[in-house]
Design a protein around this ligand. Structure first.
Ligand code: BES
Ligand code: MN
Ligand code: ZN
Length: 523
């Protein structure tokens, strides 16, 4: 057989996160002074706590209608007061003050600073309400960090510029935040530290997701996961292809059979320190990591097939979640499971018509080798239930094109066997802006999966096909385990800029959501 065209060892180099500092006094002499303004504020903006020349400039900009404070807008003026640059940041309507709007402003700011090659700015809240201040600062920092994401390791030109030490493209961004209220300053500081951990984890998930399939295959992904686990003191194990075959993981083995990089089930485990193993709640998080999805023998059309390097995004979210959970020292026992395979063509590839024996003993009649995600997930879910008996199991996958048709790049599809879990996840979705819309998992859909030859088919055609995915997976969840399936096909790498901070990249969807969910569980 020909030598593999793949890189076996790649190092993941996520960008450095922004550095946030909270100060008790305003700094007027700075490279960039940033003042947030809400639409409702702009008429009566009497910033008596601002120096006159700055307040005057703001008034003029508003009077001339050059600045309407709309969300997603900013303007810059130079040389006013001691600041080299004055940036007015549009915050939108304060009536619909929501964290997503603030995140949007934060990401706009970091992207603007990169464009003008300035790496440090000072944020002055001027006329903002202080009640919301820690929440607002947190959302701003989140957007600032997510907006600064770039994936340019394969751009050779940028790299050579980067060897110049003083290249501003190479420096981490800094944001100094003036917090007028001494009491909330401490809270703001801890919120910023937490947001740094979470956004760094999301950006890690995005970085790994962006690498193409000639660089990341199941074997190299396993090595990357091992490194991340080591850096975060997570327990790490792998069920490799041989072990998976012995264990009877027919789904995982079949999907990965056509690739020169064999499939695997990656397991990362976090135990909270000082909490007895059997008293902590166990939460299992499972993510699909198909490093490339050609469709297999049921091959996909050529157009846009390159985007199938993003078919590992569910698994990448799990990587980010596990890092964040460890760094935040959450009080729960969290297990991350990442089934990984490359779905490709070969004489050894699985075929339509094949009948598979799955880990939980059920049989599957393969009607379409392109419905591969559910096959590798089924084995991972059944294994997670058996081995860990979790209090909740959350699974994320770029599972169906159908969910993109239904919900586009805005909401992920949520299918859950448990109402309480669905409600908690939906709430976490609103808080983080990683929003979920529930689709029914009803036994009336089960007949779509009926097979004349086996317990079920893996695909019963186009009808309700996101729900078929959910129904299929439910066959592999042990009785009594509350579980949810998030179909993130539309939100993992949306084409249109439906979300404010993505650019043309993976979003890391699921990291902030699931971390928020875990935090909402309390101790
Ligand atoms: N990875 C795809 C789903 C997908 C499609 C994600 C487009 C992102 C963009 C999945 O494995 C797949 O191929 N699903 C099929 C299922 C069908 C055969 C029932 C689909 O959606 O067409
Ligand atoms: Mn597929
Ligand atoms: Zn797929």
């Amino acid at each position: 057989m020909a030598k593999s065209n793949r890189s076996k060892n790649i190092t993941i180099q996520p960008g450095k996160p922004p550095v946030f500092t909270v100060v008790a006094r305003p700094l007027w002499d700075c490279a960039a002074l940033v003042i947030p303004i809400f639409e409702s504020q702009k008429q009566r903006f009497v910033a008596d706590n601002l120096p006159q020349d700055i307040a005057g400039a703001i008034h003029t900009a508003i009077e001339l209608h050059e600045f309407e404070a709309k969300a997603g807008t900013l303007i810059q003026a130079n040389g006013i007061g001691g600041a080299k640059r004055l940036i007015l940041l549009g915050m939108g309507k304060s009536a619909d003050f929501n964290p997503d709007q603030i995140r949007w402003a934060g990401s706009l700011l970091s992207r603007h600073l990169r464009k003008v090659k300035v790496t440090s700015a000072t944020f002055h809240p001027a006329g903002l309400e202080h009640d919301n201040w820690p929440v607002l600062a947190g959302a701003l920092a989140e957007g600032y960090a997510l907006g600064d994401f770039k994936f340019s390791v394969y751009k050779t030109e940028k790299k050579s510029q980067g060897t110049q030490k003083d290249s501003p493209d190479n420096k981490p961004l800094a944001l100094t935040i003036f917090c007028p209220d001494q009491v909330s300053a401490k809270t703001v500081e801890s919120v910023l530290a937490e947001k740094t951990v979470i956004t760094t984890a999301a950006n890690l998930a995005r970085t790994v997701a962006c690498h193409p399939a000639n660089m990341i295959a199941p074997d190299s992904l396993t090595a990357i996961a091992r490194t991340i686990a080591g850096a975060n003191k997570l327990k790490f194990s792998v069920i490799d292809a041989k072990a998976a075959e012995k264990l009877g993981m027919g789904g995982l083995c079949a999907v990965g059979a056509g690739s020169d990089s064999p499939p695997a089930l990656i397991i990362m485990e976090y135990h909270p320190r000082g909490v007895k193993v059997n008293t902590a709640k166990t939460i299992a998080v499972v993510g699909k990591a198909v490093t490339f999805d050609t469709g297999g023998i049921s091959i996909k059309p050529a157009a846009d097939m390159g985007a199938m390097k993003y078919d590992k995004c569910g698994g990448m979210a799990v990587l980010g979640i596990m890092q964040a959970v460890a760094q935040l020292r959450l009080p729960h026992h969290v297990v991350g499971l990442i089934p990984t395979a490359e779905n490709t063509l070969d004489s050894r590839a699985y075929r339509p018509g094949d009948i598979l024996h799955m880990y939980n003993g059920k049989t599957v009649d393969v009607t379409n080798t392109d419905a591969e995600g559910r096959l590798i997930l089924a084995d991972a879910i059944a294994y997670a239930c058996e081995k860990f008996t979790p209090h909740a199991l959350i699974e994320m996958s770029t599972l169906t094109g159908g969910v993109i048709v239904a919900l586009g790049g805005v909401f992920a599809g949520l299918m859950a066997g448990d109402d309480a879990l669905a409600a908690r996840l939906t709430t976490a979705g609103h808080a983080t802006g990683e929003r979920l819309w529930r689709l029914p998992l009803d036994k009336a859909y089960r007949k779509l999966l009926d097979s004349p030859h086996a317990d079920m088919v893996n695909s019963g055609g186009r009808e309700a096909h996101p729900i078929q995915g959910g129904m299929f997976l439910s066959e592999f969840v042990a009785d009594g385990v509350p579980w949810a399936h998030l179909d993130i096909a539309g939100v993992a790498d949306p084409k249109k800029d439906d979300r404010w901070w993505i650019g043309d990249n993976a979003t890391g969807f699921g990291v902030r959501l699931v971390v928020e969910y875990l935090q909402s569980l309390g101790a």
